[in-house]
Design a protein around this ligand. Structure first.
Ligand SMILES: NC(=O)c1ccc[n+]([C@@H]2O[C@H](COP(=O)([O-])OP(=O)(O)OC[C@H]3O[C@@H](n4cnc5c(N)ncnc54)[C@H](OP(=O)(O)O)[C@@H]3O)[C@@H](O)[C@H]2O)c1
Length: 376
């Protein structure tokens, strides 16, 4: 709802990598494009080198298109560029820290921010393992700070629309589900130091891509009213190894949502393109729901009733809404404004469930990342 006195949240951005760039850009999008009254100021950017932080801020200031609005509104006027993450965490002008580093660094970076008294939004997957996540949750609770995993898909308008269809019961009881996030990232052409290949940076398809098949299992099955927020039984898993660095190039796992009597097969792959026309499929008693690629930011879904015509729905992120990361930023701002320490849409309990699946796939698998403490 638009109001005359927007709530202002001052962000500190950790890292100048690719998703940190897109996230920071989306803080500059006019909130009116999504009927929001949140105002996001970029107070500080931290990088391992001050030159990179300076370049990042300069690039943001040169933004065109939907991102130029924030530049004109002065959302970057006071932005500090630091050559360390610690300086961002200790900046008194920062309310909340966005963690956009590789997954094996999330725990240390988010912990530093929490211990400095900052709220935290941390990129997916939240942490390397559940033990790290539980440590962050304990600190956030002890210090009464907001903490959330940055699963942006949950906040996209299409996610609410799809849930409405499934939960309305018009397709009947869920019976089987499959979701896949697969992209051919041309890994053979990448150096072994690449984030996708280096075990020390959380390499492999599972940790990077796993949150996206998981998000649809969580939204459609875990949150299904008949599931009564019960974690599924983990049935089995399989990983194919990428020989150059011994990380997983492909992972699959099977879950049984016993309250629903519905199985879910989830898959990630960094060497093969997934099906464009069906990234997630929920087969129900009276018809199917089909979500088109990609699972992180779908714009089209279909309802195929058992007896009836296929219906197609489009809910794309509008060009004036940027990349679509502004919705999760608004959620963070609203929660902090309202004094909440976690989001009802992306609760910590649900991050724990999805994180536990990644742990279990790795524990049962054969990659060099099987050992939870084997990371760099
Ligand atoms: N939400 C989404 O849709 C989405 C999309 C892509 C990625 N992600 C997640 O976001 C995180 C970052 O992914 P990304 O694609 O942005 O990665 P990226 O482009 O490689 O950026 C990562 C950044 O982390 C910093 N960093 C700190 N220590 C590092 C180290 N030892 N090696 C490499 N970089 C280091 C670097 O920034 P400085 O040099 O400035 O310190 C680097 O630019 C991952 O957890 C990933 O899964 C989320």
């Amino acid at each position: 709802m638009t109001s005359t006195s927007p709530f202002t949240l001052r962000w500190g951005i950790l890292s100048t990598g690719s998703i940190a760039t897109e996230f920071a850009m989306d803080l500059l999008v006019d909130p009116a494009t999504r009927n929001s009254d949140m105002r996001h100021v970029i107070a500080a950017v931290g990088s391992r080198s001050v030159e990179s932080a300076d370049r990042f801020v300069d690039k943001l200031k040169a933004s065109t298109g939907p991102w130029s609005w924030g530049v004109q509104q002065g959302l970057l006027t006071e932005t500090k560029a630091y050559g360390s993450y610690a300086e961002v965490c200790n900046d008194p002008n920062v309310d909340v820290v966005y963690v956009g580093t590789p997954v094996t660094l999330h725990h240390a970076d988010a912990k530093m921010a929490l211990l400095a008294g900052k709220h935290v939004l941390c990129e997916k997957c939240f942490t390397f393992d559940l033990a790290e996540l539980d440590d962050l949750i304990a600190i956030a609770r002890e210090k009464n700070l907001f903490l959330m995993e940055a699963v942006w898909t949950r906040f996209h308008p299409i996610a609410y629309k799809i849930q409405d269809v499934v939960f309305s019961g018009r397709l009947g009881k869920p019976k089987r589900f499959q979701a896949d996030f697969s992209i051919d990232f041309n890994v053979d052409a990448r150096p072994t130091s690449d984030r996708f290949l280096d075990p020390a940076l959380g390499g492999g398809s599972l940790l990077d891509m796993g949150p996206y098949p998981s998000v649809w299992a969580m939204l459609l099955l875990y949150q299904h009213p008949d599931n009564r927020s019960t974690a599924p039984k983990f049935v089995n898993s399989y990983q194919r190894i990428y020989r150059r660095t011994n990380v997983d190039e492909r992972s699959r796992w099977l879950l049984d949502f016993e309250n629903l009597e519905c199985e879910a097969q989830l898959m990630t792959d960094m060497t093969t393109h997934g099906l464009r026309e069906a990234t997630a499929v929920l087969q129900c008693q009276d018809g199917d729901l089909i979500i088109e690629f990609g699972p992180q930011k779908p714009s089209t879904f279909h309802i195929v009733p058992r007896n009836g015509e296929r219906e197609t729905y489009h809910y794309p992120i509008a060009a004036e809404q940027g990349h679509g990361l502004c919705f999760e930023a608004d959620e963070v701002a609203q929660c902090i404004r309202d004094g909440k320490t976690e989001s009802e849409r992306m609760p910590l309990s649900e991050s724990r469930v999805a994180q536990s699946w990644l742990d279990e796939v790795r524990r049962r698998g054969t990659t060099c990342m099987k050992d939870m403490k084997g990371k760099a």
